[in-house]
Design a protein around this ligand. Structure first.
Ligand SMILES: Nc1ncnc2c1ncn2[C@@H]1O[C@H](COP(=O)(O)OP(=O)(O)OP(=O)(O)O)[C@@H](O)[C@H]1O
Ligand SMILES: [Mg+2]
Length: 223
């Protein structure tokens, strides 16, 4: 494309700016992960290395999808969230599903329109939660079934709930301070969004409910 004939629109400039910020966040966090890996006293197994690299690849491709979406989106910058999450989820399923361990996601709730500025952090948080469910909910190799529900509260709060039917978080796991790169990304972006995150976990599964205040374009919600 000729950059002189097609100068970047405000939307493209905004998407590029967000993309650059998200890439810096990601590379900083991957560096922290590398440092933590360097301090580990035992060697990693092949399976652990594979999970780590698959996780980084999933984050990079989610960022690529986000950039495409946000740079080509509608002029008002609103995105139909459930449809977009179907694309993101489909990509993660393709990366983590196998014949031995099929992964599926059921999508429910409304396809609410959400301003683009909220879409990137919400997507990156959900990418971590979905990837974790795919990696850890059924370590024994049973099929992974995930439910993703989008709901709207009367006050304009968007709620996205992700549940799996797996073994639950490790005993004593504290979602406020424990975890690796994934939980760091979840906590950082949840706090940047002024959002709430409720986590319920037992040996029948794990549920994350993200509540984002004022994230709905009230007049143009779709059913
Ligand atoms: N849905 C889930 N079911 C069971 N355990 C989970 C689930 N989600 C997270 N966990 C546990 O929480 C831990 C921390 O997750 P976190 O995403 O922070 O790090 P990670 O996935 O191990 O590595 P990475 O830094 O690459 O994300 C996981 O190692 C796993 O034990
Ligand atoms: Mg993770």
């Amino acid at each position: 494309m000729d950059p002189i004939k097609h100068p970047p629109t405000d939307l493209t400039a905004e998407a590029n700016h967000r993309f650059a910020n998200a890439l810096s966040l990601l590379s900083g966090l991957v560096r922290m992960q590398a440092k933590a890996a360097g301090r580990t006293t035992r060697p990693f197994t092949n399976a652990e290395v594979r999970l780590m690299l698959d996780g980084i690849a999933a984050r990079i491709s989610t960022l690529g999808q986000l950039h495409r979406l946000l740079s080509q989106g509608p002029a008002d910058g609103a995105v139909a969230l459930k449809s977009h999450l179907r694309d993101i989820g489909g990509n993660l399923v393709a990366a983590f599903s196998s014949e031995q361990r099929p992964v599926s996601i059921d999508y429910a709730g409304g396809d609410y329109l959400v301003p683009a500025k909220y879409v990137q952090p919400i997507t990156l948080i959900l990418c971590e939660i979905l990837t974790n469910a795919m990696k850890y909910s059924h370590p024994a190799g049973v099929a992974v079934r995930i439910a993703l529900l989008c709901e709207a509260a009367r006050d304009g709060t968007l709620q996205v709930t992700v549940s799996d039917d797996g073994i639950g978080l490790p005993e004593g796991f504290d979602t406020i301070k424990d975890g690796g790169l994934g939980f760091r990304i979840i906590r950082t972006l949840t706090s940047e969004l002024n959002a709430g995150l409720d986590v319920f976990s037992d040996n029948l599964g794990t549920t994350f409910r993200l509540s984002v205040p004022q994230a709905l374009v009230a007049s143009v919600q779709t059913a």
